[in-house]
Design a protein. Structure first.
Length: 424
């Protein structure tokens, strides 16, 4: 029983990075198991802010080793940039980072296809981060992908050219109007430079290492990327990402047994945000949504896009907690609601025939939320450090959420800084 897990319960950007960084000192290994540079995990301490994309959020803790698991897809150029920034901040990445030799590689034409495919969809676009995630996982499942182990093979360039050739056919046949060949040439040079740099880091069998650590009883924390409502199977398909985001994804994404999983922390915001297209039952299009975006600084950590904002949706939250067997809830950004007079929480849906639902239907775009209203606590909570010092009205609100979902809240985050966290 050695792996604890943190997953996002909404549409991503719940604040997973902050919580991983806080919990990290209790663990020997922090490991990512899904997604790629579409993720942006923010950490703030001593007045400094770091955004991590594929490097796990334990990298700022010298006691932790950080693994990029086999389920992750890597862009060598972006990973090198991320490593460079960390090294400039004085972190010994060479010693503390392990990259799975089974992780798939994002090549420049994956990004070109992602971008061209999105552009060709017009108003039906997914709102992808255009980091090549979908096309790379497509090649993985189609058994055409390149893996980190391949960079050591004499035939790496040949394998690369074969894959690129296949992509160029797709680009020229399907997306002629949406792509420029010149951009690929420039990126290809940087790609091969980055591959040479990465070869000097630890590219290894992380599955063997993790399983040996499990047998020794070491503590491991798996850091989920994205949010469960973006899961390839259980999210709002097709407006989803291309990996398994729910707890089940950790077994395939790291090569570990379900029996090795212990605690499952589920992170959620006190309201909901979504970046990109797709259904969002509690979305606000009025001034209240605008206020959430402003106070919560809801702009994407990876793309800078404004995030769509809305009230907390307990039907979606219960659904995602159930699928992953969440044992501990972590609520973040409740401070954003500090100044609100009224706070709404969605406790049910009405379908097109006004039938009440307590489980998200396959097409969530057709439901209307049923709200329960709470009086706001109208208190600055950002300096509070003890649960018992929280305003009474906020505790009532937290109790309602915890009772509705039937899972205890273990952490409350009341600001972006490491210090702004209450252990319940
Ligand atoms: P992640 O992808 O789940 O790691 O989350 P992101 O880093 O993309 O987005 C979370 C944003 O909220 C970041 O800018 C954090 O610095 C910030 N944040 C995290 N926790 C809190 C909190 O409790 N209150 C406020 N106001 N901001 C927070
Ligand atoms: P973290 O780990 C929020 C969204 C994109 C888009 C959809 C598909 O920071 O929570 P993709 O690039 O995967 O093809 O995009 O998924 N998305 C995220 N939204 N946080 C993320 O990661 C996301 N990763 C992908 O906006 O709607
Ligand atoms: Mg994020």
């Amino acid at each position: 029983m050695a792996i604890d897990l943190i997953i996002g319960l909404q549409w991503g950007d719940e604040g997973k990075g902050k919580i991983v960084d806080i919990l990290a000192p209790k663990y020997k290994i922090i490991t990512r198991f899904n997604g790629g540079p579409n993720a942006g995990h923010t950490i703030l301490f001593d007045g400094k802010k770091f955004v991590l994309h594929v490097v796990p959020s334990g990298i700022h803790r010298t006691s932790c080793m950080n693994y990029i698991g086999n389920g992750v897809v890597l862009n060598p150029v972006l990973l090198c940039e991320e490593i460079k920034n960390l090294e400039q901040a004085g972190i010994n990445v060479k010693e503390h980072l392990f990259i799975s030799n089974k992780a798939h590689i994002i090549i420049p034409t994956h990004c070109a296809i992602d971008k061209a495919s999105e552009e060709s969809k017009g108003s039906k676009k997914i709102g992808s981060t255009n980091k090549g995630i979908g096309p790379t996982y497509k090649d993985k499942v189609g058994r055409d992908g390149l893996r980190m182990v391949d960079v050591f093979s004499d035939s790496f360039k040949e394998k690369y050219q074969n894959l690129k050739g296949y992509h160029m056919e797709i680009l020229q046949d399907l997306y002629k109007e949406h792509f420029e060949i010149a951009s690929i040439v420039d990126e290809e040079e940087k790609f091969f430079e980055a591959i040479e740099i990465l070869k000097t880091y630890k590219i290894c069998d992380t599955v063997e290492l993790i399983n040996k650590e499990i047998s020794k009883g070491s503590n491991i924390l798996a850091e989920g990327a994205q949010g469960s409502m973006l899961d390839i199977d259980h999210g709002t398909y097709p407006f989803v990402t291309s990996s398994s985001v729910i707890a089940g994804g950790v077994c395939t994404g790291l090569g570990v047994s379900p029996k090795s999983i212990n605690k499952i922390y589920g992170a959620f915001k006190a309201y909901v945000t979504r970046v990109g297209s797709g259904p969002f039952p509690t979305e606000l299009f009025d001034e209240t949504g605008e206020t959430m975006r402003k106070i919560g600084n809801e702009f994407g950590s990876t793309t800078g896009r404004p995030r769509r904002c809305g009230w907390l949706d307990l039907i979606a939250l219960k659904y995602t907690c159930t699928m992953s067997g969440v044992t501990d809830l972590v609520i973040l950004k409740s401070d954003v609601l500090d100044a609100f007079d009224k706070i709404e929480v969605c406790v049910g849906y009405l379908d097109e025939n006004n039938k009440k639902l307590d489980w998200p239907p396959i097409d969530m775009s057709l439901v209307k939320p049923i709200y329960k209203s709470f009086d706001g606590w109208k208190t600055d909570t950002t300096k509070i450090r003890k649960f018992e010092d929280l305003p009474k009205k906020m505790i009532e609100y937290l109790d309602f959420i915890s009772n509705f979902i039937d899972i205890p809240i273990s952490f409350i985050s009341i600001g972006p800084d490491r210090e702004q966290t209450i252990v319940v």
